[in-house]
Design a binder for this molecule. Structure first.
Ligand SMILES: *Cc1c(COP(=O)(O)O)cnc(C)c1O
Length: 369
């Protein structure tokens, strides 16, 4: 028997977590800051969302509606889905964590693809489960490799579609093939945080699959195109039995009134969403072309960010890190990718026109350095 511990000890797995490090928000000494490190909305929030948020201020002594009723009904109307199967959360991160906690534990495996969103392995470790990363092909989820990695211990499979940080996506037919190859007791979680940015014939966020399959959940967020990252608001569309589970484990008041009010107003401002999507498309394509003209490799993206490879940029032994520091010294913050196993890359969020022109100009001078 081992000696008694002399201090409280967390459960197995917890101390293996490398805490999630968010994008930087400050560039001391530069006088201004351009934040392109966290995939926040380029245009700021909808003014209607801000107005609704402020209008709720006098009522903050009241507990929120624990069922997020008005918001769920509006989501159901917009997407043509069943409100009773929607569960809202304090960001989709909370829902990811609750799903893992509800369906996996010590000895279980949580499968994701090699460059999938970091919250999947973090959530798995936090419940003592084992995260398993399937290899990708060209920085895109490889359905065959995912299916080959399924074992009798697999409890959940996470698919970010489109994926962060690669910017790639799986066509609906491939998602169907992934689902068809999974045992019925494995939960497929499709994290569609960037769904509103992509308009492709062959893409689908998976809401219809939830209606057809008892083992598929889709998570969505208000943090990206709706630009409400600060209020923490996400939602999951689930089979009824999974919604029931989430409603048992979530906090009874997990979504604040401010989040519900802002989210509802943002949802009703679809013109703003359309403007954001069009802005993103224009400036993502412009930025991609300009960076390619500078000789950088830019991975194809359907999202509001670009994964840019600096491998081979002459004159630096760690060019991505050198570029990141160069930008930061000029008040421009982008995301380093070491934690994702992509140390040669930086992830650059699409911001305003002026911000995109600045980042391209700064990278041009860096490369001429
Ligand atoms: C940003 C992001 C989320 C989470 O967002 P919340 O702010 O917690 O709703 C989830 N998944 C992916 C892939 C993301 O990039």
């Amino acid at each position: 028997m081992s000696a008694p511990a002399t201090a409280p000890v967390p459960r197995p797995g917890i101390l293996e977590i490398a805490a999630y490090v968010g994008g930087e928000a400050h560039a001391p000494g530069t006088g201004r800051v351009i934040r392109l490190a966290s995939n926040e909305g380029a245009l700021g929030p909808s003014p209607k969302a801000v107005e609704a948020y402020l209008a709720g201020a006098a009522e903050i002594h009241r507990y929120p509606d624990g069922g997020s009723t008005a918001l769920r009904e509006a989501l159901a109307g917009l997407h043509g889905i069943d409100a009773s199967q929607i569960v809202c959360g304090a960001g989709s991160d909370e829902l990811i964590g609750l799903l893992v906690r509800s369906y996996a534990g010590p000895g279980d495996e949580v499968l994701y693809s090699r460059h999938g969103f970091l919250m999947y392995p973090i959530s798995a470790k936090s419940v003592g489960a084992t995260p398993v990363a399937a290899p990708e092909r060209d920085l895109c989820t490889d359905v065959d490799a995912m299916l080959a990695a399924v074992t009798p211990r697999t409890r959940l499979v996470f698919l970010a579609n489109p994926n962060n940080p690669t910017g790639s996506y799986l066509p609906a037919a491939e998602v169907e093939r992934l689902h068809a190859g999974l045992p019925p007791d494995v939960l497929l979680v499709i994290d569609a945080a960037y769904a509103e940015y992509i308009e492709r014939e062959d893409y689908d966020s998976g809401l219809g699959l939830v209606d057809r399959a008892p083992n598929v959940v889709v998570t969505r967020t208000f943090s990206k195109i709706y630009a409400l990252g600060s209020v923490r608001l996400g939602w999951a569309y689930c089979p009824a039995a999974v919604a029931d589970v989430l409603n048992r484990v979530r906090g009874p008041f997990n979504v604040s009134s401010a989040a519900q009010l802002a989210g509802l107003a943002a949802l009703h401002d679809q013109d703003f969403v359309a403007r954001s999507r069009a802005h993103n498309e224009t400036w993502r394509e412009w930025t991609r072309q300009e960076l390619e003209r500078l000789g950088l490799k830019v991975h194809p993206s359907v999202t509001n960010f670009l994964l840019v490879s600096f491998a081979g940029a002459a004159g630096h032994n760690d060019p991505a890190e050198a570029a990141r520091r160069y930008l930061k010294a000029r008040g421009i913050l982008v995301r380093q990718m070491g934690a994702y196993g992509l140390p040669d890359c930086l992830r650059i969020t699409i911001g305003t026109e002026a911000e995109m022109r600045e980042v391209v100009a700064a990278l041009s001078s860096f490369l001429k350095g």
